[in-house]
Design a protein around this ligand. Structure first.
Ligand SMILES: [Zn+2]
Ligand SMILES: [Zn+2]
Length: 374
């Protein structure tokens, strides 16, 4: 396949020497390694240039490349769980220097001026720019972490603390902050409280680890009885409820203070709201395709709250990573080579991964990674 013609060249983005995995098609997912495929941004005064060493594969990557959200700008370089090393900084950069271990998560820009930005919630800024498949304020298209380098404004770069590995830490930039932020802001990080984690996947397994690190009681709620052993054993959950088992659900009624709902499939919410104690909260972080169905009765009785949460601000992202390093919380990963991305996407679509694929960009993404284009 030929290199696509990019019409939106910016003066600031001369053709650089990127080596990237580019994903193109809506129906058949095929990644291809290209040298110099897309314009790379040069390092501006406020920018940090990063040599990418690892990038996690998030389910959002799959949604985006299949255009399931209807907003694909092809070709796409996905990836918003980026970990690497600083190679160069612009003259205004004060927080980072060459050689620092850093990460980039789900956003790379915002208006940096509104109330939300000023109070550390860039994730809620109307001008927030996602890390890939978006058009930045200067008109350039953003490209993500399935690439050997990226240039990002200093504000949107976080430091990897000592002891936080780059491979197991990369998924924390999306999965980690996505569950940490609602736990923090909905009081689900208090020792002794009881939290339910709905869905044991990329997000859910990190939520369980954070909850145990916070000294909480954790119940995993899953539709897969086969995950019981892992939840109660290695991940250290206190209880496991099969959501399709009426007896188990009944026994767990009114027991949890809050639920982090990581499931992206549509499922009836009423029985799940029944698991909450009075004044309990369910926070949605998964994105089911269809609108939610919840009888108002199930919210009103017991004064319950149904809430949503979208990643987290940059200050909270750094705080999350520091706290994770302190408590040894990392993602369970399967590290893969760049030539395995197509297979990984197929497996991800079947939820056949425990719990996150991470691409070893540093060692495997190069001009010899031809298998990815086969
Ligand atoms: Zn993600
Ligand atoms: Zn803003």
């Amino acid at each position: 396949m030929d290199c696509p013609v990019i019409s939106r060249h910016s003066k600031n983005w001369p053709n650089g020497a990127c080596c990237s995995l580019v994903l193109w098609s809506t129906k058949v997912i095929r990644a291809k390694v290209l040298l110099n495929p897309l314009p790379c941004r040069s390092t501006g005064d406020d920018d940090v240039a990063i040599k990418i060493l690892f990038c996690g594969i998030c389910h959002s990557d799959l949604h985006s490349i299949k255009n399931e959200w209807g907003n694909a700008i092809y070709p796409i370089i996905p990836g918003h769980e980026i970990a690497g090393v600083v190679t160069e900084v612009g003259k205004n950069v004060t927080k980072f220097k060459a050689g620092d271990r850093v990460g980039v998560g789900c956003m790379v820009n915002s208006c940096q001026a509104c109330d939300q930005c000023s109070s550390g919630f860039e994730n809620n800024c109307p001008g927030m720019i996602p890390t890939y498949n978006s058009v930045d304020h200067d008109g350039t298209i953003t490209y993500g972490g399935y690439s050997d380098s990226v240039v990002v404004n200093e504000r949107f770069v976080v430091r990897f603390p000592d002891g936080m590995p780059l491979d197991k830490g990369a998924p924390m930039l999306c999965a980690g902050i996505t569950v940490y932020s609602p736990m923090k802001y909905h009081g689900l990080n208090i020792p002794g409280k009881h939290v339910g984690v709905l869905g044991l996947g990329g997000l859910g397994h990190v939520a369980v680890k954070f909850a145990k690190a916070f000294g909480m009681k954790v119940t995993v709620i899953s539709s897969s009885p086969g995950k019981r052993e892992e939840a109660l054993g290695r991940l250290g959950a206190d209880a496991f409820v099969v959501s399709k088992n009426a007896d188990e659900m009944k026994a767990a009624m009114g027991t949890v203070d809050g639920i982090i709902n990581t499931v992206s499939a549509n499922m009836p919410l009423a029985p799940l709201m029944g698991l909450l104690k009075p004044t309990g909260k369910m926070v949605m972080v998964g994105l089911p395709e269809k609108p939610l169905e919840i009888p108002p009765f199930n919210l009103i009785m017991g004064n319950k709250t149904l809430a949503g949460s979208c990643i987290g601000g940059m200050r909270d992202t750094q705080e999350m990573l520091d706290l994770a390093a302190k408590h040894g919380v990392t993602a369970d990963v399967e590290v893969i080579g760049a030539d395995y991305v197509n297979t990984a996407m197929e497996r991800l679509a079947k939820a056949d991964v425990r719990y996150r694929f991470v691409i070893d960009i540093g060692n495997t993404l190069n001009k010899d990674s031809t298998a990815a284009s086969q």
